[in-house]
Ligand binder design. Structure first.
Ligand code: HEM
Length: 195
């Protein structure tokens, strides 16, 4: 999901800031990239809804034992705001596209216009909301991915693996509380190789 969102963001920045709608010479190229941007954005919205339903029906894995209260708070606030933004960013993008009354193409399968008439002031408000929320989400995502890499390469625990493969890592994590990798686990603990 993170890779998909980062790709959409890169395409959005490339279309809006490098090609630009105003540059008539490259407008067909701009339009092509925007079709991909919007289609992938619709997919993100559907995936986020499915994931939210999945998360509600299944409790999230616990944080490693020994995680401080401040650390827990930071994790909950950043994960909560990421979920919120993963809803709001595509919805604001859809508002922008619908009030611009621009064509949407879904990878050559079908195409459609938004159900509302063109309204430039409303489109501009949605566009501003889309820009602010998209760049905020990108910032949080970069922090989130960096934190996962710090867990993996510096703290050497299972947090990154659990983020990527929840079920397998749950199995690993259940065997000993701090989610240490066997090479880092204290001796005489289950999973440390000492039996
Ligand atoms: C997770 C999903 C999405 C992300 C991360 C995202 C991100 C972005 C970014 C970073 C920009 C460039 C903003 C700027 O600098 O002006 C942008 C522009 C835009 N996005 Fe999205 N977007 C997403 C989904 C969508 C969706 C679903 C739609 C519509 C169906 C959409 C429509 C637009 C439009 C119309 C623009 C303005 C393009 C322009 O001014 O040339 N986006 N988006």
């Amino acid at each position: 999901m993170a890779a998909l969102i980062i790709s959409i963001t890169v395409i959005g920045i490339y279309a809006a800031r490098v090609l630009t709608y105003a540059n008539v010479a490259v407008r067909p190229v701009w339009a092509w990239w925007m079709y991909q941007h919007k289609a992938l954005g619709f997919i993100v919205l559907v995936l986020v809804v499915i994931r939210a339903i999945w998360n509600v029906s299944r409790p999230r894995p616990a944080l490693p034992a020994g995680t401080s209260r401040l650390h827990r708070l930071i994790v909950h606030v950043s994960v909560g705001s990421l979920y919120f933004l993963m809803f709001v960013v595509p919805i604001a993008g859809i508002g922008t596209a619908f009030y611009a009354h621009s064509l949407n193409k879904f990878f050559g399968l079908f195409e459609f216009y938004g159900p509302v008439a063109r309204n430039v002031p409303t489109m501009a408000k949605f566009k501003l909301a889309h820009q602010i929320t998209a760049y905020t989400m990108l910032g949080i995502l970069v922090i989130h991915v960096s934190a996962a890499l710090i867990h993996h390469f510096i703290l050497k625990d299972y947090v990154l693996r659990r983020m990527l493969f929840t079920r397998r890592a749950d199995r690993i994590g259940r065997s000993y509380a701090p989610l240490m990798r066997p090479d880092r686990a204290p001796r005489n603990r289950p999973g440390s190789g000492d039996g």
